[in-house]
Design a protein around this ligand. Structure first.
Ligand code: PLP
Length: 410
């Protein structure tokens, strides 16, 4: 998108605001599909938690994607967006048996990630097909915040517990139709991922009734210049070869499934905020925007270095800035960042703000959550209104705090 288009959206709909470009999303979807074009059946289930706006879900539906969900509310959003239940996979962690049963009754694919629920669900509903989430104990990436397959992770059933899984399946006669892993948020090294895939293939051999193998996600997207990006084409080529070999060995054409969030929506999104104050101190120049971690928490929560562009003065002389928010907490978006000269009133764009950005927004400091706009076919469509004061008060109950009545003694 061009600067003037972005600035016009900020002018028309106000700031701060999230803007998503539908063309980038569909481009990423097609890229992933074509990387696996040599597998007979490919399923891409978009991870709703990355960006759950109903218009984004509808866009995913028109592209042909399914959904990966982690709560019954995400399931309901998917159904509301028009997805048939069978295109929704439910991959929760630590939710109640009741919630899983409710989602199963709606007709979604269930993915179970612990032995206790597996045994209870299999005992009560042996006829409902279930996918099993395996923890292959492979570290993908070096940051323990985002590596979910290693030994201390709370996610998945350990590969060392396969004998116990098999005992449950045999005793309950439940139907296992899929095997799943999601090793973490970053596939830094394709060989590490392929190594984990081999473990999944070994595991899959234990189950004779599979329809699919789900490799989760972890496709890395670059946040700043020089960041590593997963080479999808190379990854597709290597995994396709192994997957097709495995299907031959297994004796059936299985479906290969993925559930990317970030890969599909991260680069499509930008977060725009307005500079309220430029503050010179003895040590730096602060640019303070009309936002904070209440709207965009990734830089503070994960240390993500999102590129920042001054849309109002793109060719200005570059200076070093500390970009911070207006929340009464430390809310640093960037330190010592070279940005074209910033004046009060300028609009800054934070890049790569499509995934885990709006969905993690809150009302901290009683601020409104931002509006969202989808740029589609050359037009800006408001897909979420900015909140108002009514939203802040909604569900709050103001009670009558009369002084306590004195009890009357007999
Ligand atoms: C969050 C999540 C994803 C998506 O991960 P990305 O890094 O955004 O691609 C996929 N599968 C499961 C089970 C998840 O919890």
């Amino acid at each position: 998108m061009q600067h003037n288009q972005l600035l016009k959206i900020a002018k028309d709909f106000g700031s701060p605001i999230y803007i998503y470009d539908s063309e980038v999303i569909s481009g990423q979807y097609k890229r992933l599909m074509s990387a696996f074009s040599n597998v007979k059946q490919v399923k891409i289930n978009y991870a709703v938690k990355a960006l759950s706006n109903i218009s984004i879900l509808k866009l995913m539906r028109t592209l042909g994607a399914g959904l990966d969900t982690v709560s019954i509310q995400e399931v309901k959003l998917g159904l509301t967006a028009g997805f048939p239940a069978e295109k929704i996979i439910f991959t929760p962690n630590g939710v109640s048996l009741e919630e899983i049963e409710t989602v199963a009754k709606l007709g979604c694919q269930i993915n179970i990630d612990n032995l206790s629920i597996l045994e209870q669900f299999g005992t009560k509903h042996p006829e409902i097909p279930v996918c099993i989430r395996i923890n292959p104990h492979v570290m993908a990436g070096g940051n323990t915040n985002i590596s979910v397959g290693h030994i201390d992770s709370k996610f998945g059933i350990s590969i060392h517990q396969i004998p116990h899984i098999l005992r449950i399946v045999e005793n309950t006669r439940m139907h296992i139709n899929g095997i799943h892993m999601h090793t973490g948020s970053d596939i830094l090294d394709i060989d590490v991922f392929l190594y984990a895939s081999e473990i999944l293939f070994e595991t899959a051999k234990n189950f004779k009734t599979l329809d699919f193998i789900d490799f989760g996600s972890g496709f890395k997207v670059p946040y700043k210049a020089g960041d590593i990006e997963t080479n999808i084409e190379e990854f597709g080529e290597k995994l396709t070869k192994r997957f097709n070999e495995f299907c031959e060995e297994y004796g059936k054409d299985l479906t290969i499934a993925f559930e990317p969030g970030k890969f599909l929506v991260s680069a499509a999104g930008q977060f725009l905020a307005k500079v309220n104050v430029v503050k010179q101190t003895t040590s730096t120049v602060f640019a303070q925007v009309d936002s904070g971690f209440n709207h965009f928490i990734r830089p503070m929560l994960y240390g993500s270095q999102h590129e920042i562009e001054n849309l109002s003065n793109p060719s200005g002389r570059e200076r070093f800035y500390s970009v911070v928010g207006y929340i009464c907490e430390t809310d640093t978006f960037a330190n010592n960042r070279r940005i074209a000269e910033i004046n009060e009133g300028d609009i800054l764009a934070f890049k790569n703000a499509g995934a885990y950005s709006f969905t993690m927004a809150s009302n901290y400091n009683s601020r409104y959550r931002p509006a969202e706009v989808l740029w589609h076919n050359g037009e800006a469509h408001l897909i979420r209104k900015r909140e108002t004061f009514d939203d802040i008060l909604r569900n709050q109950i103001e009670i009558d705090l009369k002084p306590k009545k004195k009890s009357v003694k007999a």
